[in-house]
Design a protein around this ligand. Structure first.
Ligand SMILES: C[S@@+](CC[C@H](N)C(=O)[O-])C[C@H]1O[C@@H](n2cnc3c(N)ncnc32)[C@H](O)[C@@H]1O
Length: 143
């Protein structure tokens, strides 16, 4: 999961979380195969990466931490963006419903939730978010 928090002074902080230590180590290394950039607009890559590695200023914004989505809420709400792709789908339906509610609670008004392409928001959380893009599974919380 990747969550983006906005602090009072509009300084962005990215919480990069997973339950698995190996995944967290890989995240910390931040090395990407060249192919990972094929769909990224060139100007974004130039602005934020050098030699396929994020610039130090970008790395400083990312806090990599171990976190169990089924046990604790995201660490620093409210978030402008929550990206949680291909994780909820492995949980039982009730656990998914609970998690979606946790995400909606953690989103700032106007914030965006992005799920995996085979995941669908359901339960009470569905009533609290607006579907922006059905194909990309993008939802927003009314401001
Ligand atoms: C299929 S991978 C998806 C990875 C990535 N989001 C993607 O779309 O490529 C599922 C990830 O969910 C993590 N995960 C499983 N259970 C979790 C939990 N309870 N809390 C946080 N992360 C969990 C796994 O460690 C794994 O990294």
């Amino acid at each position: 999961m990747l969550v983006l928090e906005t602090l009072g002074e509009r300084r962005a902080v990215i919480d990069a979380t997973d339950i698995d230590r190996l995944s967290l180590e890989r995240t910390q290394q931040a090395t990407y195969p060249h192919a990972a950039f094929t769909e990224m607009p060139v100007d974004l890559k130039r602005r934020y990466f050098r030699d396929d590695q994020p610039l130090p200023g970008v790395r400083q914004l990312v806090q990599v931490r171990q976190h169990d989505l089924t046990r604790e809420p995201p660490p620093h709400p409210p978030y402008d963006l929550i990206v949680c792709r291909n994780v909820a789908i492995y949980f039982e339906r009730t656990a998914q419903e609970r998690l979606f509610q946790v995400f909606v609670d953690a989103l700032a008004p106007g914030g965006v939730l992005l799920l995996g392409k085979v995941e669908t928001l359901f339960g009470p959380a569905r009533e609290r978010l607006t579907l922006v893009d059905p194909r990309e599974r993008i939802y927003t919380k009314p401001a």
